[in-house]
Design a protein. Structure first.
Ligand code: PEP
Ligand code: MG
Length: 581
């Protein structure tokens, strides 16, 4: 058994077989064969080595003829590696003594070689590492062990272990079979993490390099609450986790019974408890869990989950589906927040040195009007179907807000000219997620109908910490006192200007932090659907006075750690069921 620690990003526990993907997303095969198959595995290996050897020799001859001896020598070096006696004695030991399949042995040995070469940090040897992996890929192909789209054709429950998953790869995971995932890179605030929460798949990211050392893993546990990956757990550990999973199931069943009760504190203060969604199909779960509305619809996932650029009609259909299902409850549609870790395809794909400080979000939309216009038309048209509001992300300057509003007006006029029905008094809001916007919030307050604080980005830009970077994940805390001061300032300014304000960043999905936000004056929270039951339970267990006392105490604390420890203590007193043993 081996236990690895990473960053917990999506709660829950899962126990299943490991599906190990290598750095390029290829499946690494599993692993031990019956004693009776050992001879067969040897035979398969020898055939594979012979075929690859012939192919390499062929490539060497052709490349030498076309590009000269020096280039052809690349393949000569690969041939030499392929016939290295040390390689063969290691493979023989693994297959003969350890009963590993030929494919598994090839993958494990060659990955170990490549890692050892890379560790030497010499650019020439790093290139050799690539050659080693090339040979691995060719041998695995001959052994029939390479699956190019291992996530597309699953037939049994698995936990995916991989170097990384992009937000769109995460979005396309098949929930019937993918019970959890763990990645080497990534941070708590990245959109991969957010999508995992949306899909309710337990996930741990930012574990650091672990794939080479777990190549033999069969069964694994993902502990998305505490950020652990347990490889080949013993019986006692499995029993412990099964008990935890059972506790979660029974708590969920209990909370489900309260789903249609209002999010109201003990003193009768009604809190608007809304849901964040990425896809229309999530609306059903929001309603089942008693969401008061959709507080954040991340529309950019329409781009990320399809190869085609969505048309105005695609936008309209998606929005209409959500709005109709919500039956008059508020729906806040956020305009495209592409860029940074949510890269589009085709003309939108671009490389930047600091993408989180670059062309993302409203900036990208304002520079790509042929992208932005159809979306705004679709929002205006769909808005006649219910209580819809539009919200612009990452607004930093008043100029950006004014440009976006102007475009909205122009698009509305076009619709009017063409006699297409649309909502002319669509409420317009903005996200508060850049410190500059907080500093100017009194000015913004004169030009918008509502604010929503995006704590994910506000923490990133206040603390100068990339939200998806595992190296600085410990510094990325929305409960940092500096972030809390900006949140408090935003609440105070919006109250003074009588502009409604909500919090839709992940901070509000943590019940303890949600209570702090109530104490700071927030009366509108938006959380992932999976968090609705727990946050509602926390709200219903407290009075506003208790929350205010919490906020009062927190104002005196000096670090995120102190804040979170104190909040957890208070939650344990006020809503003990929510604090797992
Ligand atoms: C945020 O930044 O807090 C937010 C809600 O937006 P996103 O996570 O999509 O950037
Ligand atoms: Mg944001």
């Amino acid at each position: 058994m081996l236990e690895l620690q990473g960053i917990p990003v999506s709660p829950g526990v899962a126990i299943a077989s490991a599906l190990v993907l290598d750095a390029d997303g290829y499946r690494i095969p599993r692993c031990i064969v019956p004693a009776s198959d050992v001879d067969g595995e040897f035979a398969r290996l020898h055939v594979a080595v012979d075929v690859v050897s012939e192919q390499l020799e062929q490539s060497r001859l052709e490349t030498t003829a076309q590009a000269g001896r020096q280039t052809g020598d690349i393949f000569a070096a690969q041939l030499q590696m392929l016939h290295d006696p040390r390689l063969h004695s290691e493979l023989e030991k693994r297959i003969g003594d350890d009963r590993q399949s030929a494919a598994f042995a090839v993958s494990a040995v060659l990955h170990n070689y490549a890692t050892a070469l890379r560790k030497l940090e010499n650019p020439l040897l790093a290139d050799r590492a690539q050659d080693v992996l090339d040979i691995e890929r060719q041998l695995l192909t001959q052994l029939g062990a390479v699956t190019r789209q291992p996530l597309a054709d699953l037939t049994e429950p698995v936990i995916v272990l991989s170097r990384m998953l992009t937000p769109s790869e995460t979005a396309s995971l098949d929930r019937r079979f993918v019970k959890g995932f763990c990645t080497e890179i990534g941070g708590a605030g990245g959109h991969t993490a957010i999508v995992a929460k949306g899909l309710e798949i337990p996930a741990v990211v930012g574990i650091g390099e672990f794939l080479p050392i777990i190549a033999g893993a069969d069964r694994v546990i993902v502990d998305g609450d505490r950020g652990r990956l347990i490889i080949d757990p013993d019986d006692e550990t499995i029993a412990h986790y099964e008990e935890r999973a059972e506790y979660r199931r029974s708590l969920a069943a209990k909370l489900a019974k309260q789903s249609q009760l209002p999010a109201e504190t003990l003193d009768g203060t009604r809190i608007a408890l809304n849901a964040n969604i990425e896809f229309p199909h999530e609306t059903a779960a929001c309603l089942a869990r008693g969401a008061d509305g959709i507080g954040l619809y991340r529309t950019e996932f329409l781009y990320l989950s399809s190869d085609e650029e969505p048309s105005e009609e695609d936008h309209y259909q998606a929005y209409a589906e959500v709005i109709k299902q919500m039956e008059g409850r508020p729906v806040v549609i956020r305009t495209l927040d592409l860029g940074a870790d949510k890269m589009g395809r085709g003309k939108l794909a671009h490389q930047e040195n600091n993408p989180f400080l670059g062309l993302r979000s409203i900036r990208l939309s304002l520079r790509n009007l042929d992208l932005f216009r159809p979306q705004l038309r679709a929002v205006l048209r769909a808005a006649v179907l219910g209580d819809v509001r539009v919200m612009f992300p990452l607004v930093t300057t008043l100029g950006e807000l004014r440009q976006a509003r102007m475009l909205l007006n122009v698009v509305a006029e076009d619709l009017a000219d063409s006699d297409i029905p649309y909502r002319s008094d669509l409420p317009v809001g903005m996200m508060v997620e850049v410190p500059a916007a907080v500093m100017m919030l009194d000015h913004f307050a004169r030009e918008v109908d509502f604010f929503s604080i995006g704590t994910n980005d506000l923490a990133q830009y206040t603390l100068a910490v990339d939200r998806s970077n595992e190296y600085v994940a410990d510094l990325y805390q929305s409960s940092d006192p500096a972030v809390l001061r900006l949140i408090q300032a935003s609440i105070d300014i919006s109250d003074a200007n009588q502009i409604p304000i909500s919090v839709c960043g992940e901070m509000s999905s943590n019940p303890a932090r949600a209570l702090l936000l109530l104490g700071m004056g927030v009366r509108n929270l938006s959380v992932p659907p999976s968090a609705l039951p727990r946050v509602k339970k926390a709200i219903r267990n407290v009075s506003i006075e208790q929350c205010q006392a919490i906020a009062e105490r927190v104002r005196k604390l000096e670090s995120a750690r102190d804040v979170d420890l104190y909040l957890l203590d208070r939650l344990a007193e006020l809503a003990p069921e929510l604090v797992m043993q």
